[in-house]
Design a binder for this molecule. Structure first.
Ligand code: 5AD
Ligand code: SF4
Length: 441
């Protein structure tokens, strides 16, 4: 054991968040404790995202900031993991002379050994091999995160969809579902520790179990999680519209613990572009799914991801996306200007739309969505909502915060011992990123 310190920065999606929790656990085991300031660290790690160019540039920017630190302190170990590491591999060591180690998305478990090797033998190392199925199954991340009432539980990894714009299948590998028995055991243990809400995560949770004989479907898994004593709420992300089965839709009417919120990325409203994106559904089919969801669960709220400026997208295609937003009325969207990713099929498609046009469309879309979102939040004022209290709020002394079934943050005055409980709150004011309320009774 030694007494060393590490500093970790995490970029990107929940999969990276969970991997980072795992990194913290593994490094603690070899005597490294986490610090909040890079200056105090003997080891600096960046867990990176490659989904868009902006995320990649940000990671490189942060890496560059540590170069002078490394020059002052040659024993400092600098490492990069996650999706950029997976994509670039050894190349990174060639490009950045001050980088010591590179670990891929399947190699988090190798980190302790790699760190020790760099520290003791002063060698630089790289591990970005994809693992075989059996090894991956053994290595599924299990709970390492901080104590909290809400936790992520990984149910599957990887993606086989190959949407034409997306780098994920290349950097996360093939789809793999974790055995349901293990998932349920983990959730039971979490419940025993006091966790009240679980979010089941994976790149495409709806295809959970489909490729494994005898495994539960995702709807079947949800049903079992719903039966775990002590768990009050279930969420899941991300869903692919093409795999949203009728069974799964019906869960929203049937399972009392399932939150009435679904992130269902549509990406685009035009059939031409959906086809070029290789999404596997049409606009009509997507709208049909939305309608069925609303029949089964009238209170359900939806959110989405949208890409603007896909190669070949015309103003008419874009208008289809705008009209879809008006039709579906998402409570929020996460929107992105298309960013070509090396190795994806869309990267080779002709893209003639000028950047200014894409930016202007993007702004128009934000404006429309802003108005739709504002209307839905304002309609919340005066309603009574059930809130799972997560802890003390940063907004002021004596204030607590939690989330509604729709995943909006609600702040309200209340005693600290409400943490971990479900309470009723009357909503008194709506802001862009949160609601304000008063405890009922
Ligand atoms: N360009 C822009 N946005 C992208 N996304 C994925 N790949 C790209 C890309 N190349 C978006 C999608 C996805 C979200 C996580 O990121 O909308 O749902
Ligand atoms: Fe990427 Fe499509 Fe897989 Fe989502 S479903 S991770 S967008 S390839």
């Amino acid at each position: 054991m030694n007494d060393k310190a590490f500093y970790l920065e995490t970029f990107g999606c929940q999969m990276n968040v969970v991997d980072s929790e795992r990194i913290v656990g593994l490094l603690n085991e070899i005597g490294y404790r986490q610090v909040e300031e890079p200056e105090q660290a003997d080891l600096i790690l960046l867990n990176t995202c490659a989904v868009r160019d902006k995320a990649v540039r940000k990671a490189y920017g942060h890496l560059g900031r540590f170069k002078p630190m490394k020059e002052r302190k040659p024993d400092l170990i600098l490492g990069m993991g996650g999706c950029i590491a997976q994509q670039e591999g050894k190349q990174l060591l060639e490009e950045f002379s001050y980088l010591d180690l590179v670990f891929g998305t399947h190699n988090v478990h190798r980190l302790p050994e790699m760190v020790q090797q760099v520290a003791e033998k002063h060698v630089r190392c790289e591990e970005t091999e994809f693992l075989d199925r059996e090894t991956r199954l053994q290595l599924f991340p299990s709970r390492t995160g901080q104590e909290a009432y809400t936790r992520f539980v990984t149910v599957m990894q990887g993606c086989d969809n190959f949407c034409s714009y997306c780098v994920v299948p290349y950097v996360r590998g093939r789809e793999l579902s974790r055995p349901s028995a293990e998932i349920l055991e983990e959730i039971r243990e979490l419940a025993a520790q006091g966790v009240r809400e679980v979010t089941l995560i994976g790149q495409n949770v709806n295809s959970y179990g489909l490729k494994d004989d005898g495994e539960l479907s995702f709807a079947g898994l949800l049903e079992q999680v719903n039966a775990v004593d002590g768990i009050d709420r279930i969420r899941f992300t991300t869903s692919h519209p093409k795999d949203l089965s009728n069974d799964l839709i019906e869960c929203f009417g049937r399972l009392d613990k399932l939150c009435k919120h679904l992130h269902l990325p549509v990406q685009c409203g035009s059939n031409n572009i959906l086809k070029a994106m290789n999404r596997g559904y049409t606009r009509e089919r997507y709208l049909e799914v939305v309608e069925r969801l609303r029949q089964v669960c009238p209170e359900i709220r939806l959110s989405s991801d949208i890409i603007v400026g896909f190669p070949g997208e015309t103003e008419a295609d874009f208008a289809e996306t705008m009209s879809l937003l008006e039709k579906v009325r998402y409570t929020e969207i996460y929107s992105f200007i298309y960013s070509p990713r090396r190795g994806t099929t869309a990267a080779d498609m002709a893209d003639e739309t000028p950047a200014e046009v894409k930016q202007e469309q993007f702004n128009r879309m934000l404006e429309l969505q802003e108005e739709i979102s504002r209307q839905t939040w304002e309609a919340d004022v005066g309603t009574i909502q059930e809130i799972l209290v997560e802890g003390e709020s940063k907004v002021g002394a004596g204030q607590m915060f939690g989330r509604s079934t729709w995943n909006r943050i609600v702040n309200f005055a209340g005693p600290a011992d409400l943490a971990g409980k479900l309470v009723s709150v009357t909503i008194t004011k709506a802001f862009r990123n949160s609601l304000l309320g008063e405890l009922v009774g």
